[in-house]
Design a protein around this ligand. Structure first.
Ligand code: MLT
Length: 243
């Protein structure tokens, strides 16, 4: 069996973010695309750890026993790194797109709390505006802007708040990445306003077997903004794994 893909989407979206990638890969391998809202269902505080555990359970129910290439974009990258910490045997390779291994700073946590209040008071679209304004490259097409907004508009405010709490409280995973032995591809859109080039470069240098690929003209969401480039980078990575 070819190596399955576990795709973990960014905030404040859902698994529809991966549609172009699913269309490209679903005929050749198992592709598992959980929604963050589902990963956080059930009792207990919302945490990235819980998302990681439920994501691996979801993978296990679809492709039992098979290590997967775990692809995480931004918030999904936080979950992917937590999977690498807790379930390294389930990870054949990591693709970390437009994300970071460091935890939130104190200012970052304060911004999360402000956004939590804003989402509760004003709803998802208005509450996440400061982030939404930075998601896409300045030259993003109307079609991509519409597709992203359609997804965000449909998110449940309680799930959005839960994701914000989980991201605010997440642990640093720098040491996880330093100790990680399997191949790691770090991807960044050249116009990403949320993850600086230097952050992506440093992230790619942490693991023993890491490299960085940039996606030209894309912002923070390359799989939607420039799917051809993102899919080509992933195809190349998968070929390197021979799976
Ligand atoms: C995302 O795209 O998932 C978010 O930018 C992550 C974050 O806010 O840290």
């Amino acid at each position: 069996m070819r190596t399955p893909l576990l795709l973990l989407h960014g905030f404040p979206m859902d698994a529809r973010m991966w549609r172009p990638l699913v269309e490209r890969f679903q005929h050749e391998r198992v592709v598992v695309t959980p929604n963050a809202a589902d990963l956080l269902m059930g009792d207990g505080p919302p945490t990235i750890e819980r998302m990681a555990k439920t994501a691996v359970e979801t993978l296990e129910s679809t492709a039992p026993g098979a290590p997967a290439v775990v692809v995480g974009l931004s918030m999904g990258g936080y979950v992917a790194l937590e999977i690498a910490r807790r379930f390294p045997d389930r990870v054949a390779g990591l693709v970390l797109a437009d994300t970071r291994a460091t935890a939130d700073t104190e200012d970052g946590k304060a911004a999360r709390n402000a956004m939590i209040e804003a989402v509760r008071a004003e709803g998802v679209m208005a509450g996440t505006r400061p982030l939404r304004e930075k998601l896409l490259a300045p030259n993003a097409s109307e079609r991509v802007i519409r597709a992203v907004n359609e997804i965000i508009e449909e998110q449940d405010p309680d799930a959005v708040v839960a994701c914000l709490e989980a991201m605010r409280d997440r642990a640093d995973t720098t040491n996880v990445l330093k100790a990680f032995a399997a191949p790691v591809l770090v991807v960044r859109g050249t116009d990403d306003a949320l993850i600086a080039a230097q952050v992506a470069e440093e992230t790619a240098r942490l693991p023993a077997n890491g490299r960085l690929e940039t996606i030209r003209r894309a912002g923070h969401v390359p799989p939607m903004e420039y799917p051809f480039g993102f899919n080509a980078a992933l195809t190349d990575f998968l070929r390197g794994l021979a799976g």
